[in-house]
Design a protein around this ligand. Structure first.
Ligand code: URA
Length: 502
């Protein structure tokens, strides 16, 4: 008896390559027992056997014929095959090839639900599909801040799938987190999204992924606060969130203490008096006294997370702020950015359309004008802290466009604690207010910007604020060609030179 021929695939998850190779072998009538499917280990790990196979001549087995039948495979079945091919079972390609071979010769097979081969394909596909679903549900990103100020934050997650599903699962994250930069690391491979394209790369170690951050403490506090002991069903919970995923889920550490206390808390709930129904909207507010409150504002037990929370935690918390309605409709919070020790903080009004999509302040047309001014002044964006009075984009939909809408006073006030906390953390030596909204937020009273432009005004805490126009006002006034107004604006800004270059 001759040894079976080897069909060598170069990747665990390359179903199209298997399909093309299987077609070729089937068309030459190579019977399942005459071929053995194998996947080559990643480059650098290949042993002698695989080196020999990869470079050896392809010898056709004795069963070869020139006019063998090819199966016709319905689309749904093909999709199931594609999923099954991602299972970690090393015999999966042999199984799939055997089924394809039989489909070409047994007309009734595709409708036979009891056939053991087909049933096995179903089992593999179901298990892979479950794994994909779990990956979608249990990946937890943690922000990693770039080396230089102003660099985009990248969100990185560590995950250990059971099967070869990263390529299959990744497009979901690209759709869900289109505007973020993110990467998912797994032991076998990694995938990175740069805002436009998915890039696949080699595997990683758990240590390559970041540890917990301020934002995670917030998420844990929120999880704890929204845990309802009366609804606890341990069997359902462990079915939905199997224990093998727990070691990569930050919230899993809370499960034991919360479930242990559940019976006692439920008893207390049952014996307490009925309360009026309450709004159960996730909520976060920065308290004036310097704590973060989370949960439902109407609940007396709304959780308080003590400060200090760093700028990273503040950004995460502000993303969840719904103290005014703007946050509900914006894509994401656009928090300030720049070095923690910046000498000058430049404050605008609110993010625009581009800023909202990219999650960064001053990257749209007004930001470009500001960048041009900074260039003329010899200032480096990396040395400044750029932020806004309002952290979410307020707009009015007009057809497919989102038209900027000036935030109202209530909205500016709702956002003020975030701005003040930013000022307290960065502790700049001076501030620049771009436009009336920023000036009013910083100085606590309406400011006639045209009259006082280029002047320094003092805040109650003594910090000096240079007031000038907002770049969008220059663009509006001159139909996008700022001209002379630009030179005047540069003169205003130049007043802050000593702090910008410090
Ligand atoms: N206008 C602002 O005030 N801030 C931005 O970030 C962008 C435009």
């Amino acid at each position: 008896m001759t040894a079976p021929a080897q069909a060598l695939l170069t990747a665990e998850d390359d179903f199209p390559a298997f399909r093309a190779a299987a077609r070729s072998w089937l068309s030459r009538g190579v019977a399942p027992h005459d071929v053995q499917w194998r996947v080559a280990p990643p480059a650098g790990e290949a042993g002698d056997l695989f080196t020999a196979l990869a470079s050896g001549p392809e010898t056709l087995p004795a069963s070869t014929s020139l006019s063998a039948p090819l199966p016709s495979v319905p689309r749904a079945m093909l999709e199931r095959f594609a999923l099954a091919s991602l299972h970690r079972d090393p015999g999966r390609f042999d199984l799939l090839y055997r089924v394809l071979w039989r489909l070409a010769r047994e007309p009734g097979l595709r409708d036979d639900p009891l056939d053991p081969d087909l049933a096995q394909v179903h089992r593999l596909a179901r298990s892979v599909s479950r794994d994909v679903h779990k990956m979608h549900a249990f990946v937890r990103f943690r922000p990693v801040h770039g080396e230089s100020p102003g660099e985009d934050v990248i969100h990185v997650a560590w995950f250990e799938p059971d099967h070869h599903i990263v390529r299959e699962a990744a497009p979901f994250f690209a759709r869900r987190f289109t505007t973020l930069r993110w990467a998912i690391l797994t032991p076998e491979c990694s995938v990175r999204w740069d805002g436009e394209t998915l890039h696949h790369g080699p595997g990683a170690e758990r240590e390559d992924a970041p540890g917990p951050d301020d934002g995670e403490a917030l998420w844990l506090a929120y999880y704890q606060n929204t845990f309802n002991p009366a609804r606890l069903k341990i069997a359902t919970m462990t079915r939905e969130m199997p224990r093998r995923y727990w070691h990569n889920l930050p919230e899993a550490a809370l499960i034991a203490p919360l479930t242990d206390a559940a019976a006692e808390r439920t008893g207390a709930m049952l014996s307490a008096e009925a309360a009026a129904p309450r709004r159960a909207r996730p909520w976060v507010r920065l308290q004036p006294e310097g704590a973060l409150a989370l949960g439902d504002p109407d609940l007396p037990a709304a959780l308080r997370v003590p400060l200090p929370v760093g700028l990273g935690g503040l950004r995460t918390a502000a993303n969840a702020c719904r103290d005014c309605p703007i946050g509900e409709h914006a894509t994401q919070v656009v928090f300030g950015e720049g070095p923690r020790d910046a000498g000058l903080m430049v404050v605008g009004e609110q993010p625009g359309d581009q800023e909202d999509l990219r999650g960064r302040a001053f990257v749209g047309p007004a930001g470009q004008l500001l960048a041009q001014a900074m260039k003329e002044l010899g200032w480096s964006r990396e040395r400044l802290y750029l932020t806004n009075a309002v952290k979410h984009f307020k707009f009015e939909p007009r057809g497919k466009r989102r038209m900027h809408k000036t935030p109202g006073q209530r909205e500016v006030e709702a956002c003020l604690p975030w701005l003040e906390r930013e000022i307290a953390l960065v502790s700049p030596r001076a501030l620049v207010a771009l436009g009336a909204t920023a000036a009013r937020a910083l100085l606590g009273a309406p400011v006639p910007v045209q009259e006082v432009r280029g002047q320094w005004l003092a805040r109650p805490d003594g910090l000096q604020v240079l007031v000038t126009l907002h770049p969008a006002a220059l663009l509006r006034a001159t139909d996008g060609q700022p001209g002379r107004g630009f030179d005047q604006w540069l003169e205003d800004l130049r007043q802050a030179e000593a702090f910008a270059l410090a």
